[in-house]
Design a protein. Structure first.
Length: 277
């Protein structure tokens, strides 16, 4: 959900988005086939933008579709983009496509989350990693951030938790700046306050002066931050990627994210193929 004060005009909102994008009025005018003078008039409230102009400016400012609806409403127009529940029959093709994608990625972990990181779908690779997570965290709706960072979740088994935690929190901060969601802000404040398990609390697996996490990191390419996590006495290493839908026309679809975990070394890949043939 997006919260916009009814007293906030569309001009100041567009100015905020333009400044956030570090774009001058002239830059925006050139991209939107307008003039800097007209953009200035819109931002100061001296000119009321047409519906088409609101959408053109939103497109050039790369504003999320949920926020575009908010801009249209504040400007006095009807929302343009629907928000169709994922279980609606009209979304059957989306659900089926996601299910096929997740199944096709097995045995490697993959999941789909919504705009507040609630898990919409997941494959057997993700279920495999949930071993040891508390039942409370696995009670629907499952939330990927809570499961990952909570002391009763995956956090104690993540060998590079400080780095992985910092990366996830930075990701949430960028999203909060983009979508202005009170729910997302509340989730961020919750998970950021979770205590971080001390490495000394992790099982001691030292055999040659280095722990298993150190050895796993040595096997991992340095081009991306890996997720190094223990499972069944083995230390696995993954590189994560996130995909979204191109040019979404529905708020629900726009906020879906598909996160896949690619094995970062042969040992991890072989282990998963053995467990999930």
């Amino acid at each position: 959900m997006t919260t916009v004060s009814p007293d906030t005009g569309v001009g100041p909102l567009l100015r905020d988005w333009r400044e956030q994008r570090r774009m001058s009025q002239l830059d925006l005018a050139l991209r939107a086939d307008s003039s800097a003078r007209h953009i200035s008039f819109i931002e100061t409230g001296r000119s009321r933008p047409s519906e088409d102009m609101v959408l053109r400016l939103a497109e050039q400012l790369d504003i999320p579709v949920r926020e575009r609806n908010a801009l249209l409403v504040v400007a006095g127009y009807a929302p343009r983009y629907a928000q169709t529940p994922l279980d609606d029959p009209a979304m059957a093709s989306v659900r089926e496509g996601l299910d096929r994608l997740l199944a096709g990625y097995e045995p490697y972990p993959a999941l789909v989350v919504d705009g507040t990181y609630d898990v919409v779908a997941a494959n057997r690779g993700i279920a495999l990693l949930m071993e040891g997570v508390s039942d409370e965290l696995l009670t629907p709706p499952l939330n990927a951030m809570r499961i990952t960072l909570h002391p009763a979740g995956l956090a104690p088994r993540i060998w590079n938790l400080p780095e992985w935690r910092a990366d996830l929190l930075a990701q949430m901060e960028r999203q909060i700046a983009l979508v202005r969601s009170p729910e997302l802000r509340a989730l961020y404040e919750e998970v950021a306050a979770y205590p971080v398990p001390d490495r000394a609390d992790l099982p001691d697996r030292r055999a040659d002066g280095r722990d298993a996490g150190d050895r796993a990191r040595e096997r991992t390419p340095s081009f991306a931050l890996p997720l190094v996590i223990e499972h069944g006495g083995r230390v696995l290493s993954f590189i994560a990627s996130i995909a979204t839908f191109n040019t979404p026309m529905d708020v629900t679809v726009a906020e879906l994210a598909i996160e896949t975990f690619l094995p970062a070394d042969r040992e991890t890949a072989a282990y998963l193929r053995e467990l999930l043939p």
